[in-house]
Design a protein around this ligand. Structure first.
Ligand SMILES: [Mg+2]
Length: 275
């Protein structure tokens, strides 16, 4: 099988609730790029790359499209089912910028699934559960407005929540206190600072909410800062933004077996659930 054509489509994804705010960021819509990979077999694959604005992570929408245009012509004639080879070829055509390549990688997995008659999850090792429990994001607003939102979401049936913080220690302490006070028995809450706290602010927050049953997510930019915070609290911690490569992931695994920094949980992909 050979790739014969690659097309890009830009699409704005508006937010159902009007806006989405986290840490110091706020957006009314996200700029997404859809990639269609066509082949000489008639099979097509679809991929997408949708950065959360230009300043949150080292990725931006216009950069994704520029990078895809740079790569696309070099993949014409390649076999999309040879996904390792596709990724080697993409690295030959453009160094780094893995977010750009993710949409093409995704489209090739889609083609491989269609070509083999298998869902992609089977090709990636099989599924471990029949359903995935999503959580509802409480966008960052004033503390009282966030408390009202989690009441509404629980009335709608949601049971697991992530509240956005990271705007400043004092206001975030108030946010966590007011939102957690509304949490009904059995429901689960995490506070995601999206790297928005300095280490000293994060230490103040976890100390001030010591009695609250809550996960703390990515309090500070670096893994080292987060590790220090974790060593000063019993709150379980979730890390995502700072998990940039497999070497750091392995190091986190090692640190989990040493000292007191237990129960670091890795998470990902939740942001898209909110869109
Ligand atoms: Mg997060």
């Amino acid at each position: 099988m050979k790739i014969t054509k690659i097309s890009l489509y830009q699409v704005d994804l508006p937010l159902k609730e009007g806006s989405y705010s986290w840490s110091t960021f706020s957006f009314a819509s996200f700029d997404s790029t859809v990639v269609i990979v066509e082949t000489d077999s008639g099979l097509t694959g679809v991929g997408e790359i949708c950065p959360l604005g230009p300043a949150y992570l080292p990725a931006y929408a216009e950069g994704a499209r520029a990078g895809l245009i740079k790569i696309a012509e070099g993949l014409i004639g390649e076999d999309p089912c040879q996904i390792g080879r596709i990724n080697v070829r993409m690295d030959e055509l453009l160094k780094g910028h893995p977010y750009v390549k993710s949409a093409l990688d995704m489209a090739c997995w889609d083609i491989l699934g269609k070509a083999t008659g298998q869902p992609v999850y089977n090709l990636l090792g099989g599924r471990l559960q029949d359903a995935v429990k999503l959580f509802k994001v409480v966008s960052r607003q004033d503390p009282d407005a966030m408390a009202q939102k989690i009441r509404e979401y629980q009335d709608q049936g949601f049971k697991q929540f992530q509240m956005k913080v990271g705007a400043g220690a004092d206001s975030d302490i108030e946010r966590i206190r007011k939102v957690s006070a509304e949490l009904r028995p059995g429901n689960v809450l995490a506070a995601d600072a999206n790297t928005g706290w300095r280490q000293h602010e994060a230490l103040r927050v976890v100390k001030a909410i010591r009695d609250v049953d809550i996960y703390i997510e990515q309090p500070c930019p670096s893994y080292e800062e987060c590790l220090t915070v974790r060593q000063h609290t019993d709150h379980p911690m979730i890390l995502d933004e700072c998990m940039e490569d497999i070497r750091l992931l392995m190091r986190v695994g090692g640190d989990n077996y040493v000292g007191r920094s237990l129960t670091i949980v890795l998470a990902g992909g939740e942001e898209s659930q909110a869109a």
